[in-house]
Design a protein around this ligand. Structure first.
Ligand code: NDP
Length: 321
């Protein structure tokens, strides 16, 4: 069991964590990234990416994350394959974390970039057709279903926003919701009801995602929640939009969170209420949730952490004199 000391401890290795690492390493902070259970984050489970700036052609999510990691290492980041299981933030900087390996990590600053995961229905076939007709991100994958018959599953803001967005690519979008009313904001609902490209199937649950290995998803088996009657619905693209779960279990009772479990930061900054602790990427952003916005807030976290340390070191020096 080893102890690792660093000026910046970054928890999470998606675009937010790695962007923070690139900036911190170039500022000479010798950051450590503890990669977590899914090194590279959500992009490693997607395929085609064509909305991350800098690439004329489509790139693959896992490849993009490998490149980002290589770039972070190249400028001086230490990547450690471990999962943080506990962090002590009670007495402020330095922050002490313990990994699954038993190793201890001591960071003068802490950058939380643990991300979020889309929630899935867990119905049969859903995982089999992930990336082959099933997605949880319309902004990422909608383009691949242009001109096709698509469905969105859910009834919250995300579902109705995704349906509205998808009408840019398809004239045939159906929202499938388990109740007879949306929970989404009224203004978004009004837009959905006024949009001729969107239909709604109320009181239906998705029991199974159907298809084959050649064509991918071809349809859904639905069940009416009132009558129990089953039906078949043909579709080539299903967007599951039933919410996201931020990975913040570790910070319960330690950092302020909203009702959805997202970390609360000072508006327009990655600063949490604890000096020296910063949050970036999807763990603090339930609205945009894009790789590029995560990377942007990762950069902000590194810059603010650097300023925090400079001030701290100045104050220590002053006190010593
Ligand atoms: P929500 O939790 O608001 O909505 C989830 C939806 O999925 C609900 O309609 C729910 O149904 C349905 N659902 C959940 N589990 C299942 C299931 N197992 N089977 C079928 N349906 C299911 O999540 P959102 O992602 O929509 O929003 C999360 C937060 O982010 C909210 O606070 C939202 O306002 C916010 N947000 C804001 C945006 C904006 O301001 N522009 C954009 C997107 C999100 P039921 O209604 O029956 O519970």
């Amino acid at each position: 069991m080893a102890t690792h000391n660093t000026r910046m401890l970054i928890v999470g290795s998606g675009p937010a964590g790695l962007s923070a690492a690139i900036y911190a390493a170039r500022a000479g902070m010798e950051p450590i990234v503890v990669q977590g259970l899914q090194p590279g984050g959500q992009l490693t489970i997607t395929t085609d990416v064509e909305n991350y700036p800098g690439f004329r052609d489509v790139v693959q999510g896992p490849w993009l994350m490998e490149e980002m990691q290589a770039q972070a290492e190249h400028v001086g980041t230490r990547m450690i394959w471990d999962t943080i299981t506990d962090i002590n933030m009670d007495s402020g900087s330095p922050f002490r974390a313990v990994g699954d390996s038993g190793d201890e990590y001591i960071g003068d600053t802490l950058v939380i970039a643990t991300g979020a995961q889309a929630k899935w229905l867990g119905a049969p076939g859903e995982a089999d057709f992930n990336g082959k007709g099933v997605s949880a991100c319309a902004t990422c994958d909608g383009f691949f279903y242009r001109g096709k018959k698509i469905v969105v599953i859910g009834g919250g803001n995300t579902a109705v926003e995704e349906a509205l967005y998808l009408t840019n690519h398809s004239d045939d979008v159906t929202i499938i919701h388990r109740r007879d009313e949306f929970r989404a904001e009224k203004i978004l609902q009004d837009r959905v009801f006024a949009n001729e490209k969107i239909s709604v199937l109320w009181n239906k649950t998705v029991e199974e995602f159907l298809g084959d290995s050649t064509d991918g998803l071809t349809g859904l088996r639905l069940k009416d929640t009132l009558t129990g009657e089953e039906s078949h619905f043909e579709t080539e693209g299903a967007f599951v939009a039933i919410g996201h779960a931020p990975a913040t279990e570790l910070f319960k009772g330690k950092l302020e969170m909203d009702d959805g479990g997202y970390l609360i930061v000072e508006p327009g900054t990655p600063k949490t209420e604890l000096p020296g602790v910063f949050a970036c990427g999807d763990v603090m952003d339930h609205v945009y949730r894009q790789a590029v916005t995560a990377a942007g807030t990762g950069c902000m976290a590194a810059l603010d952490a650097e300023r925090f340390l400079a001030t701290l070191e100045f104050e220590k020096k002053e006190a010593a004199e």
